[in-house]
Design a protein around this ligand. Structure first.
Ligand SMILES: C[S@@+](CC[C@H](N)C(=O)[O-])C[C@H]1O[C@@H](n2cnc3c(N)ncnc32)[C@H](O)[C@@H]1O
Length: 231
């Protein structure tokens, strides 16, 4: 648009202001609200079909009208696809507009099972001991390879990652994930802090030396070399 006078400038600014719907880098609402906002804000191609590669009971979709293809390694959740997302056997290449990933973010919590079904409810069933450097980040590279394979070019990968303290040290899973996603050929486009209402608790913890986490990260990656539309 060619601007010829002050009036036109004002009009152009107000047009831009109504067209632009900002997305806050801090989200205090539900996962489903944030997913919906991200699925409107970031796509450069049709975000459907959507694969949720760690479906569990699909809590993050509660209240959403999105149609999702569900995958989980654990058949008890009766996902549409029972599969290990590190191999995704039988899933075709270039199939999805979006892959959503909410992997386990703590290892098995021993006695908690008898108090609150922590392991089952949070999918905290994968090994997270010394042989894995006390983190679950070893799960990411084989998953990322598969996510890249099943995503269409420029498709989105939306990952919910929570840092953890394990064996008396902070383990920065979100840094691992972002580095590994870039290594796998994704562009890490953005990072949103999602605030949770109450922290996860374990009856095993008698004292604290690290801040009680009341947030996680949603990491937005694109299966391509560009961060934004048209670049
Ligand atoms: C944190 S929970 C996901 C919660 C889910 N987003 C929800 O809203 O209900 C992690 C899930 O990942 C699944 N999982 C763990 N490793 C997996 C793998 N290698 N392949 C597929 N699913 C896996 C677990 O069985 C568990 O159900």
């Amino acid at each position: 648009m060619t601007l010829t006078n002050g009036h036109s400038t004002l009009q152009a600014d107000s047009e831009t202001a109504t067209a632009y719907q900002p997305l806050s880098s801090i989200w205090e609402g539900s996962d489903s609200g944030l997913l919906d906002a991200m699925l409107k804000f970031y796509p450069t191609i049709d975000p459907d079909p959507i694969l949720d590669a760690t479906y569990n009971t699909g809590r993050i979709w509660r209240g959403s009208s999105r149609v999702v293809v569900s995958m989980d390694i654990d058949p008890q959740y009766e996902p549409m696809i029972v599969a290990d997302n590190r191999t995704m056997v039988g899933v075709p290449d270039n199939e999805f507009g979006t892959v959503v990933y909410d992997p386990p973010h703590v290892g098995p919590q021993g006695r908690d099972k008898s108090v609150k079904r922590f392991d089952v409810d949070f999918g905290a069933t994968m090994e997270c001991g010394k042989e894995h450097g006390w983190t679950l980040s070893y799960l990411y590279p084989p998953f990322l390879e598969q996510a890249k394979r099943v995503l269409k070019p420029d498709g989105l990968l939306l990952a919910k990652i929570t840092d953890m303290v394990n064996s008396h040290r902070s383990r920065w899973a979100h840094c691992d994930f972002m580095r590994m996603a870039e290594d796998a050929g994704f562009t890490v486009c953005d990072l949103i802090i999602k605030v949770r209402t109450g922290p996860m608790r374990s009856t095993k913890w008698k004292t604290a030396h690290h801040a009680r986490k009341r947030h996680c990260f949603w990491i937005i990656c694109r299966n391509g070399t560009s961060c934004e539309r048209g670049h």
